[in-house]
Design a protein around this ligand. Structure first.
Ligand SMILES: *[C@@H]1O[C@H](CO)[C@@H](O)[C@H](O)[C@H]1NC(C)=O
Ligand SMILES: *[C@@H]1O[C@H](CO)[C@@H](O)[C@H](O)[C@H]1NC(C)=O
Ligand SMILES: *[C@@H]1O[C@H](CO)[C@@H](O)[C@H](O)[C@H]1NC(C)=O
Ligand SMILES: *[C@@H]1O[C@H](CO)[C@@H](O)[C@H](O)[C@H]1NC(C)=O
Ligand SMILES: *[C@@H]1O[C@H](CO)[C@@H](O)[C@H](O)[C@H]1NC(C)=O
Ligand SMILES: *[C@@H]1O[C@H](CO)[C@@H](O)[C@H](O)[C@H]1NC(C)=O
Ligand SMILES: *[C@@H]1O[C@H](CO)[C@@H](O)[C@H](O)[C@H]1NC(C)=O
Ligand SMILES: *[C@@H]1O[C@H](CO)[C@@H](O)[C@H](O)[C@H]1NC(C)=O
Ligand SMILES: *[C@@H]1O[C@H](CO)[C@@H](O)[C@H](O)[C@H]1NC(C)=O
Ligand SMILES: *[C@@H]1O[C@H](CO)[C@@H](O)[C@H](O)[C@H]1NC(C)=O
Length: 559
C-alpha cells in the first residue's frame, strides 16, 4: 500500500502513470495468450459459440489494444452448428514459430452427458494475421493445447489437457511431439503432469503453456476449475517433458484465497507470460469482476507485472482492479464513444454472429434504393434457439454504458405478428433481455415490446408507439453494474424507460449448462419460426451507438 502511494507521489511529480487499470481488454475475453514479436505484443482470447473465432489484439505499449483479426474467420474453418452456449472454441494458444503466427485451439461440440468425448485439436498459421492457412488437425484428443518449439532441439511439442480414457476421465497434462507442417505425431502421447492439487474433481490441471528460460523449461498451468478456485501454478524441469518440480510459492496467482466473494476480482488464472524488449515481465490471465456476487461481463483479460525471484515468477497478490505498474501509459479513461452509421462497404471486425452462419444474415446497402444501411436478412431462428438467428453482437465492454440503435422498420406495423426487430443484452439461448418492436397484440400498429428473463420467469411489456412519416424510432439499453434498463425514443427526444432487470441474470445458466461467456449487445431481427414473409418491407438499422462512463468499481465487492 505504502509503495502504491509513493509511486503515485513520484508519478505526480514526473507525469508518468504508476498504475495499470484492469481489465486491459474489457468484456468477454477469457484465456488470453500473449506474445511479443519485435516491438509489438499480441493477445488471442476464447470465443466459444461466436463467429468469427479467436480475436487477435495488438498493442505497442501493453495497455492500448487494437483488434486486428480473427484466426478462424471462415465458416469452413469453424463448424459450430447447434453447439450449446459455452461449447465452441476454447482456450487457444498464440505463438510465433519459424517466422509465422500459429493459433492452436479446439472446438467442443457439446459438453453434455450425451457425448463427453474430447475433440481433436487443430491449428492455423499466418504470416500477417490477415490471411490464415487451412486447419491442420492433430491426432490426439484434448483441450487447451499449447505449441512449443524447443530452442535446443528444434522439436515441436504439443502439450494439452487430456484424459486417461473416456470412461473414468482422469484429467492430466499430456504431451507429444508433432511435425508442425502436417500435424502428424512424431512421438506417442504421454501423461507428463498431474498438477499440484489433491486428486479430486476440482483439481483439473489445464491450460498448459511451455517456456524456456535460463536452461530450465517452465510449464504454467491453470488449476482448481474455472470458477472461484481458479488459479495459476508453475513447475520447471531440465527437459520439456518433465519430471516437473512445482514452484515453492504455488499458486503464483490466486485471488480465491482471500475469501469467497470478498474481493471484486475473482477467478484469476489461465495465465501466460511475456518479456518486454528491456527485460521486464508481465503476466496476462483471465479474471471476473464481481458486482454483488456475479459477473455480467464474464471473464476478461487482466495483466500484472511479474518478477523472477530465485528462478520462479512472483506477482503482487492479491490482484486488484488497479495494479502497481510504474512506467506504463495511463489506461484508466473509459473507451471513446462508438458510433457506426454502417456507411462503409464492410462491417467492422468487432461484430459477431452466433455459431456458423448458413447464409447471409445481414447486408450493408449504402442506402441504395432506400434500403436501410444495415439491412437485416431475418430467418426462422430467434435468440432463444441453439442456432444462428439474424443477429449482430458486440461485446459489452463496460458496466457503465449505453447501447442504442436507430431502427428502420415500417412505422405502421409489420405484415405479420411474428416479425420482430430489436436490441438485446445477450448471454445465451437461455438468458437474453430484449427490447424490440412488434405489432401490438390488440389492434394494429407498432408496439415497443420488452422481455425480461429471470430464473424461469418471463416478464413482458407492450407500449404502443407512433412515429411520424420520416421520423425515427431508437431503442436504448442502459447498463449499470447492478441492472439494465430498457427504453425507446422518437426523433432524439427524451428516452422513455419501460423495463429493467437485475444484472445477475446476465451471469446465469440453467442446471447442466455453464457460463463461460459474457454479456453481448445484439442487433437482431426474426420472424419467430417462419421465414421472413415474401415481399415484406425491408428492415434493419440506421446507426448504432455505445457511450461509456467511468466504472469506479470498489476493490471489495460490497454494494
Ligand atoms: C520482426 O523483425 C524481423 C527482423 O526485422 C522481421 O524479419 C520480421 O518480419 C518481424 N516480424 C513481425 C511479425 O513483424
Ligand atoms: C527448425 O525446424 C524448422 C521447421 O521444420 C526448420 O524450418 C528450421 O530450419 C529448423 N531450424 C534449425 C535451426 O534447424
Ligand atoms: C499421475 O497420476 C497417475 C494416476 O492417476 C499416475 O499413474 C501417474 O504416474 C501420475 N503421473 C505423474 C507424471 O505424476
Ligand atoms: C485419482 O482418483 C481417481 C479416482 O478416484 C483414481 O482412479 C486415480 O488413480 C487417482 N490418481 C492419482 C494420481 O492418485
Ligand atoms: C478437493 O480437495 C480440496 C482440498 O482438500 C478441497 O478444498 C476441495 O473442496 C475438494 N473438492 C472436491 C470437489 O471434493
Ligand atoms: C446483492 O445480493 C444480495 C444477495 O443475493 C441481494 O439480497 C441484494 O438485493 C443485492 N443487492 C443489490 C443492490 O442488488
Ligand atoms: C460514416 O460514418 C462516420 C461515423 O458516423 C462519419 O464520421 C463519416 O463522416 C461517415 N462517412 C460518410 C462518407 O458518410
Ligand atoms: C432457479 O430456479 C431453480 C428452480 O426453482 C432453483 O433451484 C434455483 O435455485 C434458482 N436459481 C437462482 C439463481 O435463483
Ligand atoms: C414479473 O411478472 C410476474 C407475473 O406477472 C409478476 O408477479 C412479477 O412481479 C414480475 N416481476 C418483476 C420483477 O416485474
Ligand atoms: C456511471 O456513470 C454515471 C454517469 O457519469 C456516474 O454518475 C456513476 O457514478 C457511474 N457509476 C459507477 C458505478 O461508476
Amino acid at each position: 500500500m505504502l509503495g502504491r502511494f509513493l509511486n503515485l507521489l513520484v508519478a505526480g511529480l514526473v507525469g508518468l502513470a504508476t498504475a495499470l487499470t484492469n481489465p486491459i481488454i474489457p468484456g468477454f475475453n477469457p484465456d488470453p495468450s500473449i506474445l511479443r514479436v519485435n516491438d509489438t505484443y499480441y493477445i488471442a482470447t476464447s470465443t466459444f459459440e461466436y463467429f468469427p473465432a479467436v480475436p487477435i489484439y495488438k498493442s505497442q505499449n501493453l495497455v492500448d489494444w487494437e483488434l486486428v483479426s480473427h484466426a478462424f474467420d471462415r465458416p469452413e474453418a469453424l463448424i459450430l452448428y447447434g453447439v450449446p452456449t459455452g461449447a465452441g472454441v476454447w482456450a487457444p494458444t498464440l505463438r510465433y514459430l519459424h517466422g509465422r503466427f500459429y493459433v492452436i485451439g479446439m472446438t467442443r461440440w457439446v459438453y453434455d452427458p450425451i457425448n463427453r468425448l474430447f475433440p481433436r485439436m487443430f491449428y492455423a498459421s499466418s504470416a500477417d494475421l490477415v490471411t490464415w492457412s487451412d486447419l491442420t488437425w492433430t491426432e490426439p484428443w484434448g483441450i487447451d493445447p499449447d505449441l512449443f518449439v524447443d530452442p535446443v532441439t528444434n522439436k515441436t511439442y504439443l502439450t494439452h489437457q487430456g484424459i486417461n480414457n473416456n470412461v473414468d476421465r482422469i484429467w492430466g497434462i499430456y504431451q507429444l511431439t508433432i511435425d508442425l507442417d502436417t500435424g502428424a505425431s512424431t512421438s506417442d502421447v504421454q501423461l507428463i503432469y498431474n498438477g499440484t492439487l489433491p486428486n479430486n474433481s476440482s483439481s483439473r490441471p489445464e491450460g498448459p503453456h511451455l517456456y524456456y528460460k535460463d536452461e530450465y523449461y517452465y510449464m504454467l498451468t491453470a488449476e482448481g476449475g474455472t470458477d472461484d478456485s481458479h488459479r495459476a501454478t508453475i513447475a520447471r524441469s531440465r527437459t520439456p517433458s518433465g519430471p516437473w518440480e512445482p514452484a515453492p510459492n504455488n499458486p503464483i496467482l490466486f485471488n480465491g484465497g482471500y475469501g469467497y466473494r470478498y474481493l471484486t476480482v475473482q477467478s484469476t488464472g489461465h495465465a501466460d507470460m511475456v518479456e518486454t524488449p528491456d527485460g521486464r515481465w508481465f503476466m496476462t490471465f483471465l479474471a471476473r469482476r464481481n458486482v454483488n456476487g456475479s459477473s455480467p461481463l464474464g471473464r476478461e483479460t487482466f495483466m500484472t507485472p511479474m518478477e523472477w525471484v530465485d528462478g520462479w515468477p512472483v506477482v503482487q497478490a492479491p490482484i486488484s482492479l488497479i495494479v502497481d505498474a510504474p512506467g506504463l501509459p495511463d489506461n484508466s479513461a473509459p473507451p471513446d464513444m462508438f458510433y457506426d452509421e454502417f456507411n462503409s462497404t464492410c462491417l467492422g471486425n468487432d461484430y459477431y454472429q452466433l455459431r456458423t452462419p448458413y447464409t447471409a444474415n445481414y447486408e450493408l446497402t449504402q442506402g441504395v434504393g432506400g434500403l436501410p444501411p444495415l439491412r437485416m436478412l431475418p430467418n426462422i431462428y430467434t435468440l432463444s434457439n441453439r442456432d444462428t438467428p439474424s443477429a449482430l453482437l458486440r461485446k459489452q465492454k463496460s458496466l457503465n454504458m449505453t447501447f442504442s440503435a436507430g431502427l428502420a422498420v415500417p412505422h405502421g406495423g409489420f405484415e405479420t405478428a411474428r416479425q420482430e426487430v430489436g436490441l438485446s443484452v445477450y448471454l445465451s439461448e437461455f438468458q437474453h433481455q430484449d427490447v424490440a418492436v412488434k405489432n401490438c397484440k390488440q389492434g394494429g400498429g407498432l408496439c415497443v415490446w420488452t422481455q425480461m428473463i429471470r430464473n424461469g420467469t418471463v416478464n413482458e411489456t407492450w407500449t404502443p408507439v407512433e412515429v411520424e412519416e420520416g421520423g425515427e424510432l431508437a431503442l436504448w439499453i442502459r447498463a449499470e453494474p447492478l441492472r439494465y434498463r430498457f427504453g425507446w425514443s422518437v426523433d432524439g427526444c427524451e428516452i422513455e424507460w419501460v423495463a429493467e432487470v437485475e444484472s445477475k441474470w446476465l451471469a446465469f445458466a440453467p442446471t447442466n449448462y455453464f457460463v463461460f461467456t459474457g454479456a453481448m449487445w445484439a442487433l437482431y431481427a426474426t420472424s419467430n419460426g417462419f421465414p421472413w414473409p415474401v415481399g415484406a418491407e425491408e428492415v434493419g438499422f440506421n446507426w448504432v451507438k455505445e457511450e461509456y462512463w467511468g466504472e469506479e468499481l470498489p476493490e471489495v465487492d460490497k454494494w
